[in-house]
Design a protein around this ligand. Sequence first.
Ligand code: SF4
Ligand code: F3S
Length: 164
Amino acid sequence: MFLITIEILIEVRSVPGWPYDVQFNAIDTRAVMCINHSLISGTISHSLRAQKTGIHSMTFVVTEACIKCKLTDCVEVCPVDCFHEGPNILVIDPDECIDCTLCEPECPVEAIYSEDEVPAGQEQYLELNAELCQDWPVITEMKDPPEDADEWRDVKDKLQYLER
Ligand code: SF4
Ligand code: F3S
């Protein structure tokens, strides 16, 4: 069987002369062709959004459930490497996130939300992600979680345990 895999990442930001910031992303475009079996399959995930200049683009946000769990399942799917690692939580750089949605379903503790769906009471994580990503290194590969991660999965009000 002859197998071809093609992966393409295209990103175009801000078109000169337009009154809007335009962001078009064609990400995770994979074509897999099995020639002998005449099978062609592919997935295209893309988003087109336009926002008035000066308004922040949509981002995904890591919230409280990640604290002390830090399972890192989320990092390897991000096509633009926008996860940053702190001592006991990851955060997303809002200036890098392209709103592709790939990371959200990867988190086993459902810590990742689109910024317009952050649960009530956790709105401060929008600011925390934007602030903490400035100082913490990018993480792109999964690593072992903390040994006691399971014990923290269902604990609420974990902001007090966030380490900087
Ligand atoms: Fe990365 Fe998640 Fe943003 Fe996609 S939605 S760019 S995977 S942080
Ligand atoms: Fe945290 Fe979930 Fe990623 S626990 S490290 S947001 S997979």
